[in-house]
Design a binder for this molecule. Structure first.
Ligand SMILES: Cc1cc2nc3c(=O)[nH]c(=O)nc-3n(C[C@H](O)[C@H](O)[C@H](O)COP(=O)(O)OP(=O)(O)OC[C@H]3O[C@@H](n4cnc5c(N)ncnc54)[C@H](O)[C@@H]3O)c2cc1C
Length: 550
């Protein structure tokens, strides 16, 4: 099982490990199979094959100075490092590196909450701080700010933002890389750099204004490999006074375009939180004729689906809105939304949801209106409360081995235009792609986007119980998506080269720019080689050209 970093002899590696131990303490360097098992991705599509990425060792520093020492040792011995924060990036690679043989730098021990300010609304944390940790800290002190947890909240703010994770409250806060404000990072040469106002030694405005003066390199660290982040600031949402939900139904398939236009307006005007689109026509899926119509090649036929809607009395689409803020503005914004829909889409109808003063009681939090989606999956996250409830998706939505074990879990979320036309086009493209792959249909004509910072198209379907088939499907879907202008936003390390290859404008100008920077900032290529599709020259031969397998 034990692997070595590429081009490093066993003897040299032993010397490097001895130096890591001298830097952080023997008990914080891990090389046994049992310990390294924890750094494998249990859901890797390549698990157990020769292509699976395995760690050569793991090292767990407790301070910025120890991180600096690790980086200097890695440079001396040319051992590639792969930093993780809490290492819970399941669906996107877990704790595993792009390059097999990397040394995992596990930052869990650096878990101090350095500051939370509920007047200026920010937090400054170390990488090992989980969503649960920060939530508890805020609750214990009665601070009036919310966190915006990602699902499966045993992960943390830093690791999640560094993979451009998404949450479930208001638009500004649920784009976690966007809500980040100020980064401290150990660079490949061992320097400690602070971005934005953090570069001004006497400033107390690091988390107030992220850019400072001059170019702001903080955007290089999410999905990049230019440093090991040791502190990160986040803007926090002030605790809202009130919460209200409402549901809007529109009768015809074509109404989706106008619906999205209005909802984009509400969202971009900061009137609403996460939005849930759905088709009530799903209730008809037990009817074989309707199921065929929802899975028709070439996309759903508008007239046919409208007939089903008219005959059944069901709306073609519904959209659920969540309002946060003072009670009066929540109500006024909901009234405004209804008025816009009534004026612009004939036949719109409205359902009143909850109207609750915040924070919710335990009773309110755990007994939501059962047929509002915001009351189910994302109830806690939408209330700024960390939870593990989404973990059950790993078992219900992932391929299973014959003994019922989950065998793979890999996210694929292509970004599509925020318009009805974009949704209809994605339904057609992915519905047809599934048919081409021989995968089970997923009622494409009824599928709807996930509304994060962008529209991410979601496909929910039983996966084949065969990793090789999942692998071929992912390669194909990434390519088909790109050919239609839909780029994946986040992907496990194993597929990052494939996705990067699709962002090819100007003969791969973006990737070439990243790699020019990488070679200048990290000449030995020791920091997370391959992450974000960025390969330093020292390891460039490890880039995998998946196009040959598509
Ligand atoms: C069922 C299910 C639902 C999920 N739902 C969501 C969701 O709603 N939203 C969402 O965003 N994610 C979701 N995820 C993915 C995942 O659970 C979270 O994103 C989780 O927060 C990531 O783990 P982490 O915080 O431990 O990050 P880590 O694993 O610590 O970090 C992620 C990556 O960032 C880089 N990195 C981490 N720390 C550093 C550092 N200090 N310096 C430099 N680079 C670093 C590394 O490349 C690392 O692999 C879901 C996963 C599952 C299985």
């Amino acid at each position: 099982m034990a692997v070595l970093p590429p081009n490093v002899s066993a003897e040299t590696f032993e010397s490097a490990v001895r130096e890591f131990a001298a830097a952080v303490g023997e008990e914080w360097v891990f090389t046994s199979d049992a310990d390294l098992e924890l750094y494998r991705d249990p859901y890797s599509v390549m698990r157990g094959t020769e292509l699976e990425s395995l760690a050569s060792a793991a090292v767990a520093p407790a301070s910025v100075e120890e991180v600096q020492q690790i980086v200097r040792i890695a440079n001396r011995y040319r051992t590639p490092l792969f930093p993780i924060s809490t290492g819970k990036n399941y669906a996107y690679g877990g704790a595993s590196a792009n390059l097999s043989g990397s040394v995992i730098v596990d930052l869990k021990r650096m878990n101090r909450i350095l500051r939370v300010d509920d007047e200026r609304n920010f937090a400054l944390v170390e990488p090992g701080v989980t969503y649960f940790d920060l939530y508890r800290y805020i609750q214990q002190r009665g601070l009036k700010v919310w966190i915006d947890p990602a699902d499966v909240a045993w992960g943390g703010l830093v690791g999640n933002a560094l993979d451009r994770g998404m949450g479930y409250t208001l638009p500004f806060f649920r784009d976690h890389a966007n809500a980040a404000c100020g980064v401290e990072v150990v660079l490949a040469n061992g320097d400690v750099m602070r971005t934005g106002m953090g570069a001004l030694p006497a400033a107390d405005t690091w988390q107030d204004y992220k850019h400072g003066f001059g170019p702001d390199p903080s955007g290089l660290f999410p999905q990049g490999n230019f440093g090991i982040v040791t502190k990160m600031g986040f803007r926090l949402m002030p605790q809202p006074e009130h919460y209200r939900t409402g549901l809007i139904r529109v009768p015809r398939r074509g109404d989706l375009s106008e619906t999205i236009k209005i909802v984009n307006y509400l969202s971009d005007s900061h009137m609403i939180g996460e939005v849930f689109y759905e088709s009530p026509l799903r209730a008809l899926l037990s009817d074989v004729g309707f199921r065929d119509a929802a899975n028709r090649r070439g996309g759903g036929n508008e007239a046919e689906l409208d007939r089903y809607a008219a005959d059944s009395g069901l709306a073609a689409w519904q959209v659920e809105l969540q309002f946060y803020g003072p009670r009066a503005t929540c109500l006024a914004n909901w009234e405004y939304a209804k008025e816009r829909f009534a004026r612009e889409i004939s036949g719109s109808s409205f359902v009143e949801g909850e109207s609750v003063d915040l924070p919710m009681t335990e009773e309110q939090l755990h007994n939501p209106n059962p047929w509002f989606r915001s009351g189910l999956w994302h109830r806690e996250a939408g209330q700024g409360v960390p939870s593990m409830s989404a973990w059950s998706l790993v078992n219900t939505r992932s391929p299973q081995s014959p003994d019922g074990r989950t065998i793979a879990h890999a996210g694929f979320f292509p970004i599509i235009p925020r318009s009805g036309e974009g949704v209809f086009r994605a339904q057609q493209v992915f519905g047809d792609a599934f048919a081409d792959l021989g995968l089970p249909p997923f009622n494409a004509a009824l599928s709807t986007p996930l509304v994060w910072a962008m529209f991410a198209y979601q496909m929910s379907f039983p996966m084949p119980n065969d990793n090789a088939q999942v692998h071929r499907a992912l390669l194909h879907l990434v390519r088909v998506a790109a050919d239609n202008g839909f780029g994946d936003y986040r992907v496990p390390p194993f597929y990052q080269d494939h996705v990067t290859a699709t962002y090819s404008f100007g003969s791969d100008a973006l990737r070439r720019f990243h790699e020019t920077l990488k070679d200048a900032a990290d000449p030995n290529g020791i920091l997370a080689p391959g992450r974000g599709g960025i390969w330093p020259s020292a390891y460039r031969q490890y880039r995998y050209d998946w196009e040959q397998d598509v």
